[in-house]
Design a binder for this molecule. Structure first.
Ligand SMILES: NC(=O)c1ccc[n+]([C@@H]2O[C@H](COP(=O)([O-])OP(=O)(O)OC[C@H]3O[C@@H](n4cnc5c(N)ncnc54)[C@H](OP(=O)(O)O)[C@@H]3O)[C@@H](O)[C@H]2O)c1
Length: 265
């Protein structure tokens, strides 16, 4: 029986690499994003994950056409930068709406079908940034932490069913995300923050530019989705980024902040 997989974020980056890869490997693949996609072997399913009703309608269309849903690989997400004190709240809210409420909406719309699959899988793409606070990325870090926590709750709620839930938390990935996300212009930033903001923001952009390829992350997600038993989360990235998840918990807070500051300097 051909498994049916929904890949969100299919119009760019990880989702765009993952969806045709799965189609090529024999899955029936639906690709969701606000922009419609034209990818080999992938059926476009345009929807905004922050719009619960529109998303629900898209999932019903998928079920009408395909009759089942076996895996959801939720790659859609947005970033954003600015100091808490000054970043326009609307920008921060949009990050939460897309990353956290989008994941919530997607879970609510797809769980009834995923639970019917003999081997259901729900993978949220979070971020290593969801395990720690990074300066001037507060809304993004908070949204990814919220996704991870929701994923932890949900995986326990569905225990005893055929469905498994996990978070895949990558480090930096060389995609368009940094170019397309909102980064508050330096001129708007209070002099108190300006130099450090510029330093952290440049450091982040540089790390993303030299990050993993989207194809590498897509391949990792493919490996994870095919494991018999999923762990609560998977960190993906270079050693220092994966180690940062553990270090942020083990090191005393003041020492950890120094380490993080050095990483972005
Ligand atoms: N790039 C990194 O360094 C990095 C690091 C760690 C984690 N991540 C996470 O990994 C995932 C993939 O990142 P990426 O770098 O591949 O991002 P990307 O290239 O910017 O692609 C983001 C995708 O999400 C879709 N999207 C955004 N808002 C949406 C919405 N409201 N509804 C539906 N789709 C929406 C976009 O499509 P439309 O614009 O067409 O809707 C696009 O297809 C994201 O969750 C990101 O937070 C990225």
């Amino acid at each position: 029986m051909q498994e049916v997989v929904l890949v969100t974020g299919a119009s760019s980056g990880v989702g765009e690499a993952l969806a045709p890869m799965l189609a090529q490997r024999g899955y029936r693949v639906y690709g969701m994003s606000r922009r419609s996609v034209e990818l080999a072997g992938v059926t476009a399913l345009p929807a905004d994950v922050s719009d619960a009703e529109g998303l629900q309608a898209a999932i019903e269309q998928l079920i009408q056409e395909a009759g089942r849903l076996d895996a959801v690989l939720h790659c859609a997400g947005i970033g954003g930068a600015g100091p808490v004190e000054q970043m326009p709240t609307e920008r921060a809210r949009r990050i939460m709406d897309t990353n956290f409420w989008g994941s919530w909406n997607l879970a609510q719309a797809t769980l009834p079908y995923l639970r019917k699959s003999p081997r259901g899988r729900l993978l949220f793409v979070g971020s290593i940034a969801g395990f720690m606070g990074i300066p001037f990325r507060a809304a993004y870090c908070a949204s990814k932490a919220a996704v991870k926590t929701m994923s932890d709750s949900l995986r326990m709620e569905v225990q005893g069913s055929n469905l498994q839930v996990t978070t895949v938390a990558p480090g930096d990935i060389a995609t368009n995300s940094i170019a397309t996300q909102y980064r508050q212009p330096t001129e708007e930033i209070d002099p108190l923050y300006r130099d450090r903001y510029r330093k952290f923001d440049d450091g982040m952009a540089n790390n993303v530019e030299h990050g993993m390829t989207a194809e590498y992350v897509a391949e990792s997600i493919y490996t994870i989705m095919n494991k018999d038993t999923l762990k609560p989360y998977y960190a993906i990235g270079e050693f220092v980024q994966k180690a940062s998840v553990k270090a942020s918990r083990i090191l005393p807070g003041s020492l950890w902040e120094k380490v993080l500051g050095k990483y972005y300097s």
